[in-house]
Design a protein around this ligand. Structure first.
Ligand code: ATP
Length: 247
């Protein structure tokens, strides 16, 4: 597997021509482990959607290398996942193989072994037949991480993966994030717990509608930068005309 890098060339992302994030340039290095932090409404989820490609840049370009050959796995915020969908834990996790087997591809013995290994890795052995609607929040997140494991992607994007998740589950799932990093996958996670970011994520991008600081975590999370980010989001006028400032 070749690790994936992400380059931003003067990127503006937004909705209905209104920028949510702009003046974004720089690179997330191949094999890096990056936290994206910032106040509510700073544009963190928007940034991930831009990388995944569900949101096309209003301006600029996001380039993922190696181009066309990077498998991307994306875990949206829990609120965006339909827990009422009638599907078992096993089938949800098996969906991680779709990129290889296709929607109607047969699940062979080696696939079944991989599904069982993924369920074991997240501590969900015995939950296979449970409908996902019966899972607790932490169990659901474990199932989603098992699905990510099977996706075997070189670029993994996580949007607030530990919000409202119990401490034990967080510890277990954070170990998987570390494992992905050791395997030289590129991991980008939106997080609010700054202690966790300091402990686990070497790189941080602090955004407040535009990058405030980007680089080594300890330097980025300075009190000055955090204050600047909060002020920038508070000062933002959602009805302002699209910004024409060159980056
Ligand atoms: N689908 C949408 N249509 C219009 N505006 C949107 C849409 N999604 C997000 N926005 C706006 O874009 C801005 C950035 O939102 P985003 O969800 O990316 O922020 P965030 O940093 O992830 O916030 P939080 O920490 O609260 O999850 C906000 O002003 C939000 O209201």
């Amino acid at each position: 597997m070749r690790a994936a890098s992400i380059r931003f060339d003067e990127v503006t992302l937004g909705y209905d021509r209104r920028p949510a994030v702009h003046h974004l340039r720089g690179e997330i290095a191949a094999g890096s482990l990056t936290a994206v932090v910032g106040p509510n409404g700073a544009g963190k989820s928007t940034l991930l959607k831009g990388i995944v490609g569900t949101l096309k840049p209003l301006e600029g370009r996001i380039n993922i290398a190696p181009e066309g050959r990077t498998a991307v796995a994306y875990l949206p915020q829990a609120a965006e996942i339909d827990r009422t969908f009638p599907i078992s834990v096993y089938d949800l996790v098996a969906m991680g193989l779709w990129s290889r087997s296709g929607l109607f591809g047969a699940v062979g013995r080696s696939d079944r072994t991989r599904i069982e290994e993924a369920l074991a890795a997240v501590g969900l052995v015995g939950f296979e037949r449970r409908p996902i609607s019966t899972l607790s929040g932490g169990q659901m997140q474990r199932a989603l991480f098992a699905r990510l494991l099977l996706q075997d992607a070189s670029l993994i994007l996580l949007d607030e993966p530990f919000t409202a998740i119990d401490a034990r589950t967080t510890v277990d799932l954070l170990a998987l994030v570390r494992r992905w990093h050791d395997e030289k996958r590129t991991v980008v996670a939106v997080l609010h717990d700054l202690d966790m970011v300091r402990r686990t994520f070497p790189e941080t991008l602090l955004i407040a509608r535009e990058p405030v600081a980007w680089g080594a975590t300890e330097r980025v999370l300075s009190p000055e930068n955090m204050l600047a980010a909060r002020r920038m989001v508070e000062a933002h006028d959602p009805h302002a005309a699209p910004c024409r400032r060159s980056a």
